[in-house]
Write a protein that binds this ligand. Structure first.
Ligand code: ADP
Length: 330
């Protein structure tokens, strides 16, 4: 599709260049031909008074035709040069114009392929379990209940994937409603959302009260912090602790989540913000549900706030993820 668009755009650009060049050539030809005509049709004074007038007319006609032919040839050569160089320039310009569109198109296709792959995994698991159960003629109520429980688990995975995909799509065009936001409220809500999950692993979440105010959309900032806290809980061992704290410099508030978890290997570090990226270590760990979308959602939210997500990590001893968001003067 991009290739045919490239050919079309090259032709459009070339058509515009040639239309301009041919119009100018036509005007130049008209003006120059008139000028030549005028010059050759007016004999020099000494000729007008002599019997050389007839001879001069023949000579002038020949010179005029020759000059007109030379002019035509030069203009033809000029347009041919414009056609060749214009063709090359149009191709390069069309390629340059289409490059960002091509990249966006490739990213979109990759995203669709990754999303389909992630959707297929739980669906295949459900399909296999149901097929096996249907083949079993003596399926007991207990087996059926176990099957339903397992299917329910897959359905909730599908639901959270659908939610994450929806969030990614919405964040694309949803503008944050920026207001002075108490950072403490954001931290409290995010911790509250993760309390049950942390409780299951006996993880303690510590936090210092903070009076800081950020320029942020409260719901979106809370969503981003929830993602960081969710990861901290997921990738931390049982009975460890997580610290949430906020500080400010002259421009930004920095909300940091520090865990004592598995950390991130240096080779994974450049990819953790990519959609659907999960380190092998995270994939292989039982119970660490995820689709590799959390950090890309958090990063997108922070970009909409003119902020960013920062990470510092030491494999084996833990990670600190921080949200950097513009500070509000109190
Ligand atoms: P998910 O957690 O669903 O896999 P994310 O986009 O939130 O997706 O994270 C991408 C990857 O970054 C994770 O799979 C994991 O490998 C790594 N990661 C994120 N947060 C942490 C953390 N606190 N500790 C260790 N690894 C992390």
């Amino acid at each position: 599709m991009i290739k045919s668009a490239l050919a079309k755009l090259t032709l459009y650009y070339l058509a515009i260049i040639m239309a301009i060049s041919l119009s100018f050539s036509l005007v130049i030809y008209q003006v120059s031909a008139n000028e030549l005509n005028r010059n050759y049709s007016r004999p020099p004074v000494f000729v007008s008074f002599s019997n050389l007038l007839d001879a001069y007319s023949g000579f002038a006609r020949d010179r005029l035709t020759e000059a007109q032919n030379r002019l035509k040839l030069n203009l033809l050569l000029f347009n041919f040069t414009v056609l060749v160089t214009g063709g090359a320039a149009s191709y390069l310009l069309a390629r340059r114009t289409l490059r960002p569109i091509g990249e966006a198109f490739a990213a979109q296709s990759q995203f669709t392929a990754d999303a389909s792959h992630e959707l297929r995994t739980p669906l295949t698991a459900m399909q296999t379990e149901i097929e096996v159960a249907l083949r079993n003629k003596q399926l007991s109520t207990k087996d059926a209940r176990a099957l339903l429980a397992s299917n329910l688990e897959e359905v909730s995975k599908l639901k959270s994937l659908a939610n994450a995909l929806l969030q990614l799509a919405q964040n694309g065009d949803q503008l944050p409603s920026l207001q002075k936001t108490p950072v403490q409220d954001v931290i409290d809500t995010a911790i509250e959302r993760l309390q049950t999950q942390a409780g299951k692993k006996k993880i303690h979440i510590n936090h210092e009260p903070t009076p800081l105010l950020a320029v942020a959309d409260k719901d979106m900032l809370t969503e981003a912090l929830t993602i960081l806290l969710d990861n901290a809980v997921k990738y931390s061992p049982a009975k460890s602790s997580i610290a949430v704290g906020a500080k400010a410099d002259s421009h930004n508030v920095i909300i940091a989540v520090t865990d004592q978890g598995q950390g991130i290997a240096p080779e994974d570090m450049p990819h953790i913000f990519d959609r659907f990226y999960r380190s092998d270590q995270s994939r292989n760990k039982d119970g660490n549900e995820g689709f590799g979308l959390g950090l890309s959602i958090a990063e997108r939210i922070m970009r909409l706030h003119s902020g960013r997500v920062q990470v510092l990590s030491k494999p084996g001893s833990g990670s600190t993820f921080s949200l950097v968001v513009p500070v509000a003067n109190s």
